[in-house]
Design a protein. Structure first.
Length: 577
């Protein structure tokens, strides 16, 4: 069967894509017009939407139709959505009937899109790879919890394939099935990843909110880069069962939304103890089903906030661009009454072996997922679905027309390990506990309520060259502070902080284990005081300089010199997963 025919078969018979589902619903028109029944939904929170639907100013069918039309209009450019639910409209009608009968669940009738590595009944879960095309396991625990809260899962978001744990180099937001995701502020800039589609979905109003997943940076970076709010929960607050893994020791799903309020609503809706995920047992006494009560616009008054300037990877050139943003953040925190402790330091040297731990854990954890949730025959190949990492590698090698242009370097490095054995456990013991101890000690010694650091720098130009990738040569320019919360399993939340020539930059609030209530309060106060976010304008390009205002010759000279990467820069090899 030809590659063109294979693609056609899967697109027409397996994936209910936006064009087909939207059908005769019509066009949206101007992509910056986000009004439904006269209400600007981009600027409206979930609780406000519920009030509007309760008062019959709008209904779930109208909302759902609006988002389906936007997907139809914008997805051919953004490539943020892989699949649209064939039951979306029927689910919306059912939600409206339930509301008329007195149902008042917190997400009733709210259209949500989840990353395409979260199992969802009736829609394929592919991790972006043709190796899993057509695989339709039942709902993951968190998907079931969202539906129990009344949410309508209207589709699946594109992602960096296999959560960006396949190739080296790679392009964040690229998958074999979904193609290259583009960010809505400047279309030729990279949306960051691996929850690229989830960040774009929230920013571009393709759903009310989204769900992403993170191993290290994959919720907070695409949230920061797309000017939205992202929460990376404490490990165990959201179940990992039914989610395509990298490592159970760092993986978690979490909310991505346009505002802290919506992120809080989503966060509480998906908590719960899952008998298929032992880590969730620890949330008893530490978790809530409603976090909106912690949204306090005076939370920063009297709070002690440490500023982790060294948490971002940059050189003097980048410092001249992003340091003023951090100074403005400090001013805003102090204006709200916070006591700021500048130059707070975290020793994250233990993260040097993070990649080693993830490689051996992935080999075992991906096989467990495949054996547990994926069975039957792949309609693309007519062969049984892969059940091991070795079989995934074999699939990619057999189908370069589907899975190119990237290599399988990370897959191969993981396959070369022995999986989760004693040596693997020892590596993990050398990585996570020291980082937890470091965060605990720094927060205790300084009596901190949270630590803040820049989430991201301005989005870089997307580069899909398989010999380079979108971060190749850009280590000196990259900004990312995700490792502390990711490796420790602690909570963090990112909120819009600034724009550089239209490119969003976020600020991350980092806390300890089960710190979501405190972090939500602090982030909400900052958001309400600063009101930074503006909707995207879908600008085609602002040029190819990595940072606006930095002459291209400087970037070209840096790339030509290619100095030996430092250990900290090499550690970025594992970021954005």
């Amino acid at each position: 069967m030809s590659s063109r025919l294979r693609r056609s078969l899967v697109l027409t018979t397996l994936l209910v894509l936006a064009l087909g589902v939207a059908g005769a619903a019509g066009q949206v028109g101007n992509p910056t017009n986000t009004k439904v029944a006269g209400i600007d939904v981009d600027a409206t929170t979930i609780p406000e939407l519920q009030q509007l639907m309760n008062s019959r100013r709008m209904n779930s069918v109208q909302l759902t139709n609006f988002y389906l039309r936007r997907i139809r209009q914008l997805n051919p450019t953004l490539h943020a959505v892989i699949t649209v639910s064939p039951t979306a409209r029927a689910d919306a009608r059912a939600a409206d009937r339930a509301r008329r009968n007195g149902d008042d669940r917190p997400l009733l009738g709210i259209p949500i899109i989840v990353k395409d590595n979260v199992n969802t009944t009736g829609m394929p879960t592919t991790a972006g790879s043709w190796a899993l095309a057509g695989s339709t396991p039942d709902d993951a625990f968190i998907a079931d919890r969202l539906k129990d809260a009344g949410a309508i899962i209207i589709g699946k978001a594109n992602l960096s394939e296999w959560a960006n744990f396949r190739s080296g180099p790679s392009s964040s937001g690229w998958s074999g099935i979904g193609g290259q995701t583009n960010m809505p502020y400047v279309l030729d800039r990279n949306p960051c990843g691996s929850s690229s589609g989830s960040g774009v979905v929230a920013a571009a109003d393709l759903a009310v909110a989204a769900v992403g997943t993170e191993t290290d940076g994959s919720i907070v970076c695409p949230s920061g880069a797309n000017g939205v709010v992202g929460i990376k929960p404490t490990l165990g607050l959201w179940s990992r069962a039914g989610v395509v893994p990298i490592s159970a020791d760092q993986d978690t799903a979490g909310p991505v939304a346009r505002n802290v309020t919506d992120a809080a609503v989503l966060l509480g809706a998906a908590t719960g103890v899952d008998e298929n995920d032992d880590a969730t047992e620890a949330q008893v006494g530490n978790a809530f089903t409603d976090y909106t009560g912690f949204l306090d616009d005076d939370a920063l008054a009297g709070a002690r906030i440490g500023v982790w300037r060294a948490g971002t990877y940059n050189d003097e050139l980048v410092g001249s661009v992003v340091e003023p943003i951090l100074d403005d953040v400090i001013d805003a925190l102090e204006d709200q009454g916070a006591d700021v402790i500048d130059d707070t330091d975290l020793d994250l040297s233990a993260t040097a072996r993070e990649l080693d731990a993830l490689l051996c854990e992935f080999k075992t954890d991906i096989a467990t997922y495949l054996e547990s949730y994926v069975d039957g025959t792949n309609p693309v190949t007519g062969q049984p679905y892969p059940q091991t990492l070795a079989e995934l590698i074999a699939f990619n090698q057999a189908h370069p027309e589907l899975e190119g242009p990237w290599n399988d370097l990370i897959f191969e490095l993981a396959e070369a390990t022995e999986g989760r054995d004693g040596d693997c456990a020892a590596i993990r013991a050398d990585v996570t506990p020291p980082v937890q101890a470091e965060i605990d000690a720094v927060m205790a010694e300084n009596d901190l309520d949270a630590i803040v650091a820049l989430t991201n720098g301005p989005a870089w130009p997307t580069n899909d060259d398989p010999d380079e990738g979108d971060l190749d040569g850009h280590f000196e320019f990259f900004v990312g502070s995700s490792a502390a919360a990711a490796v420790s399993g602690y909570a963090d939340i990112t909120v819009p902080a600034a724009y550089i020539e239209g490119l969003p930059v976020g600020i991350t609030f980092i806390g300890g284990r089960w710190a979501e209530p405190e972090l939500l309060g602090l982030a909400y106060d900052y958001e309400q005081a600063t009101q930074i976010r503006v909707p995207p304008q879908y600008v085609p390009t602002i040029g190819d300089a990595l940072f606006p205002g930095v002459p291209n010759p400087a970037l070209q000279a840096q790339e030509q010199q290619r100095p030996q990467a430092t250990q900290g820069q090499r550690s970025l090899f594992v970021r954005l997963r």
